[in-house]
Design a protein around this ligand. Structure first.
Ligand SMILES: [Zn+2]
Length: 67
């Protein structure tokens, strides 16, 4: 079994962990309802993606526009 010869210093640990962070996810505005949503994901408010209705449920805003 390999055993480390020297103890890893706090400085080296900090340098290694300087890249261990999660980048913040950007915010996109839904084209259908105008609510903020995660980019490249279905809008949680009206269940649409790129203006198309997904999930089979009726979109509130799009039905109002059609009538
Ligand atoms: Zn939406």
């Amino acid at each position: 079994m390999a055993v480390p010869k020297k103890r890893t210093s706090k400085s080296k640990v900090g340098m290694r962990r300087s890249h261990d962070f999660i980048k913040p996810v950007g915010v996109a505005i839904c084209k259908n309802c105008g609510q903020p949503s995660v980019p490249h994901n279905i809008c949680g408010f009206c269940n649409t993606y790129a203006g198309r209705n997904v999930k089979g449920t009726k979109s509130v805003v799009s039905t109002e526009k059609a009538e």
